[in-house]
Design a protein around this ligand. Structure first.
Ligand SMILES: *[C@@H]1O[C@H](CO)[C@@H](O)[C@H](O)[C@H]1NC(C)=O
Ligand SMILES: *[C@@H]1O[C@H](CO)[C@@H](O)[C@H](O)[C@H]1NC(C)=O
Ligand SMILES: *[C@@H]1O[C@H](CO)[C@@H](O)[C@H](O)[C@H]1NC(C)=O
Length: 629
């Protein structure tokens, strides 16, 4: 209540400051929360549950007639909550226009906002999920063929009463939900034998299943290589206004859409299980996009994929996608993509869509693209990797030493590491391929396709992955460890970026360094993909954990202690992996020539620069020179 009152006061101040202007709020989740708080204030307080409905109503009044939403979310409730637009502030009306409908035109994605965790979220599926949850997470029977609803496309409020003959208010945990996951249904591959669904779960259909099914129905071949979950970039991060997709051939099931759909499903499920009086939606959202719902730090947007995987299984979702397509076909017999499709065809679409969603999105790490953390441009000419690679090299950043636990800190750490690597080291870019935060996110460094500067002499052979923090005596967060042990490599193998028989090594196995810290390294040794290496570099490096060649090739070390170890390092990949590709032979040959080209030794034995700050280290180590490539 207190929080709500504070929000109201804030809002009141905002209104006083800008009397009568129609300034639009920045496209932030905080704006959505602020607007919901205003609605909660102005909608007669007798039933706060209708806030999301009211918002949806405004959106739909502005042009969209979505039969399926009306069918599943009961148009009648919406009518009852019709508000006088005069009651609402211009800010709220402006924001409603901006965000209440998700869509893509060209490379611009509309109806999305930037959340505090750095993710971009489509508001429409989020609100639909809240609404479905408030209505009790209903299992809705599909209309039979013969009595298909006589709706005309374009009707605004179908009289759903006749069709939804047996609506049961339930609050299932989907996994245990018997009606939609009958054990005899081999739903992961429905084929002709599987039983077609007779019910759908309104929550899953309005958030995810309908759009997932439709997206796969509409020419999946023309999609970008990444398929599901295309990311994009905001024009600016402090007051974002426009969101541009990174791939012009993105499917409508973008990253922002999937984020919004999962958030809607998770929060809807939470609401449906929460007895009255329910929390105001503005409070619920600020907890979910903040420290966690009702003090549960696991139930927040940072961990939406893990939570969604626990909420629904692939067989359940397949049935829901299939059911959604059948329902749409009945509601809109003239739908251009559904007309004439057989049950079996729809089942195949549902199977493919669910498989892709589950394997290529849900089971993949959430990666913030470079633009999200405010990366400076790459300097120089990037060198592409020849994929797939055979290794994953694990690092800790050491400095910054504290783990980053939220987006603001992780993004700031990324920028400071990039500045250090570019300005002080003279590298083209941040050295690592990926950086792992303790906030549930992976941060894109050089990414999957460009050679990094992380593991001297091996930069072309593997991806360099660094945990933010100093793991000499402590371990990274559980979720971060799980990401590096299972999620990131599993996803990369499926996408053909990493070889199925890849090996995982600690930085110290290839270069004389303490990286990735004793505690972390001891844990790595217990992981199944860890490759034990008997040969350690022969000499002690004068240069600290992150001191690597300035050469982007990583094959022409300028610091001669490394040169002595070149042959030792050569043995390592051979020992752990029987390479046969000519490309690798070339690299090995090249490495052997490297010592001849090194400048004289610069020995600075103590203190170990690894234990110094960035600026201190800078004075001890020889300034890196660009090797002429
Ligand atoms: C709020 O609305 C729901 C759904 O229409 C209804 O079941 C519930 O009784 C209402 N609560 C109050 C306090 O009016
Ligand atoms: C489903 O996936 C299979 C295998 O990838 C493919 O051959 C088939 O054409 C797909 N079906 C549809 C309807 O997309
Ligand atoms: C890293 O952790 C170790 C062990 O706790 C500590 O001795 C060292 O000072 C830490 N280094 C930094 C840069 O914080």
């Amino acid at each position: 209540m207190v929080a709500q009152r504070v929000l109201w006061i804030l809002l009141g101040l905002l209104l006083q400051l800008k009397p009568g202007t129609a300034a639009t709020l920045p496209l932030l989740m905080d704006s959505v929360i602020q607007a919901l708080a205003e609605l909660e204030q102005k909608v007669p307080a007798t039933n706060t549950s209708h806030t999301a409905s009211a918002w949806l109503l405004f959106a739909q009044d502005s042009g969209r007639h979505d039969l399926l939403h009306h069918f599943l979310l009961e148009g009648r409730t919406l009518q009852a909550t019709k508000l006088d637009p005069q009651q609402l502030s211009p800010e709220l009306l402006g924001l409603t226009k901006d965000v209440a409908q998700h869509g893509i035109r060209g490379r611009q994605e509309y109806g999305v906002v930037l959340a505090p965790d750095g993710s971009t979220v489509a508001v429409e599926p989020l609100l639909a999920g809240l609404e479905a949850g408030l209505q009790g997470h209903r299992v809705v029977h599909l209309p039979l063929d013969s009595t298909a609803t006589p709706l005309e496309a374009g009707a605004t409020f179908p009289d759903t009463g006749a069709v939804v003959s047996d609506v049961r208010a339930t609050s299932p945990r989907l996994r245990d939900d018997v009606p939609v996951t009958a054990p005899d249904v081999q739903a992961s591959s429905p084929g002709a034998k599987a039983r077609s669904p007779t019910t759908v779960d309104s929550l899953l259909v309005v958030t995810l299943a309908r759009d997932l099914g439709l997206a796969f129905l509409q020419s999946p071949q023309t999609w970008s290589h990444s398929g599901l979950g295309t990311e994009g970039c905001w024009d600016q991060l402090s007051a974002p206004r426009a969101f541009t997709l990174l791939d012009s051939r993105a499917s409508p099931v973008t990253m922002a859409f999937l984020n919004g759909a999962l958030d809607g499903a998770l929060l809807g499920d939470y609401l449906s299980r929460t007895p009255e009086p329910r929390p105001p939606l503005s409070n619920l959202l600020s907890q979910y996009y903040g420290a966690g719902v009702a003090g549960d730090s696991g139930l927040r947007s940072n961990f939406r994929r893990q939570n969604a995987a626990a909420l629904t299984s692939a067989p359940t979702l397949t049935q829901q996608v299939w059911g959604a397509l059948i329902l749409l076909q009945r509601l809109e017999p003239t739908h251009p993509h559904l007309r004439g499709m057989s049950q079996e065809q729809l089942a195949e679409v549902a199977t493919n869509a669910t498989k892709e969603f589950t394997e290529a999105f849900l089971a993949c790490p959430a990666i913030h693209p470079r633009c999200r953390w405010g990366a400076a441009p790459y300097r120089g000419r990037p060198r592409p990797l020849q994929l797939p690679l055979g290794f994953l090299y694990v690092h800790h950043t050491y400095v910054p030493a504290p783990p980053c636990t939220d987006f603001a800190h992780c993004a700031a750490d990324m920028r400071s590491m990039q500045r250090f690597h570019q300005d002080t080291r003279g590298w083209d870019d941040i050295g690592y391929s990926f950086v792992i935060g303790s906030d549930g996110y992976v941060y894109e460094g050089r990414g999957w396709h460009l050679v990094g500067a992380h593991t001297l002499g091996h930069n072309s052979l593997g991806f360099g992955v660094a945990f933010v923090g100093n793991y000499t005596a402590e371990l990274p967060a559980k979720a971060a460890l799980h990401t590096v042990q299972d999620v990131l490599p599993g996803c990369a193998v499926r996408a053909g970026l990493l070889r199925p028989d890849y090996a995982l090594l600690g930085h110290r196995q290839l270069v004389s360094t303490d990286c990735p810290g004793d505690a972390l390294f001891n844990l790595l040794r217990t992981w199944p993909r860890f490759a034990a290496v008997s040969t350690r570099p022969l000499t002690t490096s004068t240069c600290g954990a992150s001191f690597r060649t300035s050469s982007e090739r990583g094959l022409t070390p300028y610091c001669s202690p490394y040169a002595h170890t070149a042959s030792a390092r050569l043995l390592v990949p051979l020992a752990v992996h029987p390479f046969r590709q000519p490309r690798l032979r070339f690299h090995l040959f090249y490495l052997e020539q490297a010592p001849l080209r090194c400048p004289p030794v610069q020995r600075q034995l103590s203190p170990d620069p690894a234990s110094l700050s960035f600026t201190q280290a800078q004075h001890l180590c020889p300034p890196p020179k660009k090797q002429g490539l």
